[in-house]
Design a protein around this ligand. Sequence first.
Ligand SMILES: [Zn+2]
Length: 587
Amino acid sequence: MSLIPDDVIEQVREAADIVGIIGEHVELKRTGADYRAPCPFHGGTHRNFAVIPRKGMFYCFVCHAGGDVFTFFMKKLGMDYPTAVREVARRAGITIPERGPTGPDPREPLYSAVAAAADWFARQLRESPEAQVARDYLTTRHLDLDTVQPLGLGYAPRTKAFLDAMKGLGVRDEVLLDAGLLAKREDGTLAPRFRGRLLFPIHDVRARVVGFGGRILGEGEPKYLNSPDTPIFHKGKLLYNLHVAKHAMRKAERAILVEGYFDALRLSLAGIEEVVAPLGTGLTQEQAQLVQRHAPHVILLYDSDEPGLRATFRAGDELLREGLRVSVATLPAGEDPDTLGQKQGAAGIEEILKDAVDVLERKIQILDRRGFFGTLPGRRRALDRLLPTIRAAKDPITRELYISRVAEAAGVRKDVLEREAGMRDAGSAMRPIAPTHPASRISDPVLPASAEKALLLLMLEGEPWRGRVIDAVDSEELEFPPYRAVFESVADDAVLALDDTSARAYEQLKAEGLGHRDPNEMYELAVNWMEARRLERQLEQLDDQLPFETPERQASLIAEKRRVFDELRKRYPRYKIAKRRRGAPGT
Ligand SMILES: [Zn+2]
């Protein structure tokens, strides 16, 4: 039996008419959006068996048989998975290509073991006296058993009963270890990985259970424990509820991303089906790609507290990198999607979703509210926070819009921003971007009183001084690096591109101002000083050259040196020649 590619299985599932197929075996009656029938598995006479077409699944409320269209054939007719897929494909008129590696999937025992475990955990939640703690916990979260059963929630007892149960079913310990359901202790004994936890089954895109997320009940750490990575479970490559949400995501052309299992569950129960959650970690690139395959637009619905915001923006950048449109919905303080869903239902959540704003706009809102745009260093730091989002935007139109918006918000020229957004892009392909240090750790630069400073103070007065200084001095002539940076940025009208140190120098200069000083006199003195410094540099260069020249050439250089020195002494008698490193020629 050859392996069938995932995308083909997807195509088959999409095309399958689950109501028609199951309807061949039982007599389905429509009840609202779902269909009901007497259960074909336990042979009841009441209509306890439900087919839920919008989720592509069936479930019996008495014997708890459940699954998708493929599972139905497997359970009803005893087919294996590939045969069931082929049978559904045949009915849907889809040809499955006969290629790829042959032989059974070596991971098949793991899928079976996890499926058996999921069934057993679900039964514990329904029946075991010990699971009362879990049932009570669900009650505190306003969830009744009937509601969560079709979702496959389970309970893992504190005891080792799981080991015995699996042994009874003939599942070998090694398989349970490989499936991440057992852990080996240091002394070599085996213990169930999940103990005293409410379990959320985690499905792959084929709707097979591949692992669990377990919430502790009562005291204990960690609060949530996931299956470890196994050959069938990769935490960073799966999304909770995707197997159900993907159909709704296609239809709604959006995905709603929440942080936790309960959040996803609450939205799903409220009828908002296109909801997925990462598995207790930040959103990974692979998860963003999974979302991108099913919807063009994502609404992030995370907590509005500080950690929630950080997670929101990290996830936002990850999704932008996949070319998705990203919006952020903002919950009232103290609420999460679960609590809000409990209080206000689908209508309350839809209201919040309706008000979602673009992720970059949300960032700007928050920075603005915190006063970042009020000062120049603040605007610089705001830019540092907005640039990664601009850079993340893979979609060219989004990127263009982002550049315009940030240029407007931060008062910086578009071309400067484009340059900066592009610049670190090129570098980041080869090396990680160095973390920007919090501004508080950068001390204010000590600003030397000098001709350079005087020139900057004049420039900051605006025209005509700015233009006159630019005409008189080249930026390379400024020797103190922060001054040179300020000079260049004022000359280029690109003050927001300053680094933190230079931005602070700029702020200090701005604050100092000219005071009572006469700008004409300052300008005269400063420009003269700069010219003297120019001549002095010439002398230094001649000194550097001299030792390496022929005697004839040396003679001419010495003559040149004397000429420059005389000019310096004549034109700038106040220039402190005595301070010079190498002394005057001939002394
Ligand atoms: Zn049944």
